[in-house]
Design a protein. Structure first.
Length: 346
């Protein structure tokens, strides 16, 4: 229950900060299941032989492909892209650094950058490609909620509803829970809670009583000048996602990537534990727009959590809708780190 460092959060901040949107040079769409897709990057020919070409997935800050010293450098690739990328021979002579990505998956959706560096490490050429991999659904008798389109219907999530509650044993002393443990209020004076090893002592946070292993969806609405967070606690996560007034920043290993998008007043968070997906959505009426998705592997139960502080009297009601079929009663892991969604706008 001690203070967690920002590098330990998957964090979506809503704050009034100006930011300039960078448009992609190319927009590429492909259906999931296709054999391959080409990410274009053509530049001038006869570049110096000492240049280095690097393709990166800027949404997730990962290295996709590296070309240097006249050959590919697979040891510098992220494991996700190993044996899945290909560049034509002699790109220095043709100026064609286009990349072929094999077996595109819905998790490959995002912004890709092709950067050409000189010997001093300065960028001499650069292109960006926005890739959209449109998903296909398996005929398993029920529709999957691993939606890959930018827009989807809120009803797709709301039909899988199950209530969860907040755990008073984790509540910081500045947080007051309602009798039904569905509402949390900030109290600057503090509350004399009894000692408990799960209690947050340095940050005004509270976790759900239930461990989440199935599919789960919850929402938080910005109503006034309070700071609120929605979290999924997990043992070993080192990513963060920050939202600005006109876009978002994804943090990973000290690196940051900018993603465009308007700041909504209501945020939805969707977890599919077995699929390893955690998604953030902006909500407008009954329509949802995907803000960011994390694809990973969850090996232990997770916990919804909330982060709330001043001014005194700020209140947040938990609106959590969980899919049936998951074991949502597993014991909470100790020393949890947190995925956190925080609204910092006034």
């Amino acid at each position: 229950g001690e203070l967690l460092l920002p590098s330990q959060f998957l964090l979506l901040y809503l704050q009034l900060v100006l930011w300039f949107i960078v448009l992609s040079d190319y927009q590429v769409e492909v259906e999931e299941g296709a054999e391959s897709v080409k990410l274009p990057c053509k530049t001038v020919i006869h570049l110096p032989k000492d240049v280095k070409a690097v393709w990166t997935d800027s949404d997730n800050d990962t290295t996709v492909h590296v070309y240097q010293h006249g050959s590919d450098q697979p040891e510098e690739q992220n494991q996700v892209y190993r044996d899945r990328t290909e560049m034509k021979k002699d790109p220095l002579e043709t100026g064609n650094f286009s990349l072929t990505l094999k077996n595109p998956k819905h998790t490959d959706t995002g912004r890709y950058e092709c950067s050409i560096y000189n010997q001093d490490g300065n960028t001499v050429r650069g292109k960006t490609v926005q890739l959209e991999v449109k998903g296909q659904y398996e005929d398993t008798g029920q529709r999957s909620l691993i939606l890959t389109e930018k827009l989807c219907l809120r009803a797709e999530f709301l039909q899988y509803s199950r209530q969860i509650t907040l755990d008073p044993n984790t509540a910081n002393t500045h947080l007051i829970l309602s009798e039904e443990n569905r509402k949390v209020t900030f109290n600057d004076k503090g509350t004399p809670y009894p000692h408990h090893p799960d209690r947050f002592t340095d940050t005004p946070q509270v976790l759900s009583k239930e461990g989440l292993t199935g599919r789960c969806y919850w929402e938080v609405e910005k109503k006034k000048s309070w700071n609120v967070g929605v979290a999924v606690a997990y043992k070993s996560v080192d990513r963060s996602l920050t939202s600005l007034s006109s876009g978002y920043t994804f943090y990973h290993d000290g690196q940051q990537t900018f993603i465009s998008g308007p700041v909504p007043s209501r945020i939805g968070v969707y977890l599919d534990h077995s699929a390893g997906i955690l998604s953030f959505y902006s909500i407008s009426s009954d329509t949802m727009r995907l803000l960011h998705r994390v694809q990973t592997t969850f090996t232990e139960p997770l916990h919804a959590g909330f982060y709330l502080y001043g001014p005194d009297g700020n209140t947040v009601e938990v609106e959590t809708l969980c899919a049936p079929g998951g074991d949502n009663s597993a014991p909470r892991n100790q020393n949890l780190r947190i995925f956190r969604l925080q609204d910092k706008a006034g």
